[in-house]
Design a protein around this ligand. Structure first.
Ligand code: NAD
Ligand code: UDP
Length: 330
């Protein structure tokens, strides 16, 4: 096992997927805590712009690499967060084999690193492991209703396989592993064209384009603001004792897609109207986390209501689509 080196009170943290939407906010939060961050990212769906302001930070280092090819890191690590994986359905379905391999081979590589370094490991899993859920709201002991043959399977089943790897390593005492099941998260630095619902609706409204509603719009989702999620991820990584099982992280507020579209139309001055498009195959009909475990084990719950987070995100998209001010890190 590599000898661990401590920099002051901070830890050395490897963050795979740190140039992505959630990952870049986690980079900021870890650096603000005094940790040293080694970000590993292939820029598949992330962007250099997300981490560009950190490039001259003395405690930040970027390694441009695919986690499927990552074999070693030549400095001691205390913690590893694995956020590396395309998360939006059009993006993870663009190269489904690579998505599956990222989840399985990539996660396996990072778990091996955790074992070698004696580092704690946090896996960014997903509410998609519940598939189209028959239990509502979803608790961690619900085993899910996932198609293993449909177009979402590369992601859903990939993340389920990654969880299996994580808990095998934990049971075998080979690594201190934690698993967060993340529900839909939004906020500044989402890509405008990632195809997810909040980015689509806000960008469409700001551009006076029709708001695309897939299916009837009566399907539901629960939306968590990114700062709340990041606080939950850090709490889960650092809680003692290790929860020993997956922990849901999400905002239990549940909204239909039609309700969300109405909020967007009320918030953004626009000429846009609604247009209906076919519902994608295997699209889950409802989704809402039971966060009792996160409340009890981590003392965590989200603080930002959807109306507030949506406003911040709309303002950020307005800036990035128009003439972005020399903005502070949002
Ligand atoms: P994102 O696409 O913005 O970020 C993913 C990052 O991982 C990107 O920077 C991308 O370039 C990088 N990446 C992808 N494959 C890689 C590979 N093989 N090797 C190295 N880097 C790779 O997505 P996000 O919304 O920030 O999601 C982050 C994590 O959280 C993902 O693992 C996702 O599955 C999980 N998650 C997110 C949500 C959400 O609503 N945002 C919900 C559930 C789970
Ligand atoms: N959706 C929609 N219009 C869009 C994009 C998505 O109606 O322009 C729907 C999608 O069918 C799903 C929900 O919004 O029911 C959330 O989609 P997203 O891709 O953001 O996340 P996920 O399906 O992975 O939860």
């Amino acid at each position: 096992m590599l000898q661990r080196a401590r920099n002051g009170n901070g830890k050395t943290v490897l963050l795979a997927g740190g140039a992505g939407f959630v990952g870049s906010h986690l980079c900021d939060a870890l650096l603000a805590r005094g940790d040293r961050v080694i970000c590993v990212d292939s820029y598949l769906t992330g962007s250099e712009a997300n981490v560009q302001p950190l490039m001259n930070h003395p405690s930040f280092r970027l390694i441009e690499k695919d986690i499927c090819q990552l074999e070693q890191i030549d400095e001691p690590l205390d913690q590893i967060y694995n956020l590396a994986c395309a998360a939006s359905p059009p993006q993870y379905q663009a190269d489904p084999v690579h998505t599956m391999m990222t989840c399985v081979a990539g996660t396996c590589n990072l778990l091996t690193l955790a074992e070698q370094h004696g580092a704690s490991f946090l896996q960014a899993s997903t509410s998609e492991v519940y598939g189209d859920p028959a239990q509502h709201p979803q608790r961690e002991d619900y085993r899910g209703n996932v198609s293993c043959t449909g177009p979402r399977a590369c992601y859903d089943e990939g993340k389920r396989a990654a969880e299996a790897l994580c808990f095998d390593m934990l049971r075998a005492g080979r690594a201190d592993v934690r698993v967060a099941r993340i529900f839909n998260t939004y906020g500044p630095r989402m890509q405008p064209d990632d195809g997810r619902i909040i980015s689509n609706l806000l960008v469409q409204a700001l551009s006076n384009e029709p708001l695309t509603i897939y299916g009837t719009g009566e399907q539901t989702r629960s939306f968590c603001f990114v700062s709340d999620l990041v606080a939950g991820l850090i709490a889960l990584m650092n809680v003692d004792p290790n929860p020993g099982g997956p922990v849901n992280l999400g905002n239990p507020g549940e909204f239909t897609i039609n309700e969300l579209a109405t909020m967007v139309l009320d918030m953004v001055p626009t000429q846009s109207q609604l247009v209906h498009r076919p519902l994608p195959q295997d699209d889950p009909t409802r989704r809402r986390p039971d966060i009792s475990q996160a409340r009890n084990l981590l003392g965590w719950q989200p603080k930002v209501p959807l109306s507030e987070g949506l406003r911040v995100t709309a303002d950020w998209f307005a800036g990035s689509l128009g003439n972005p001010p020399e903005e502070a890190r949002a």
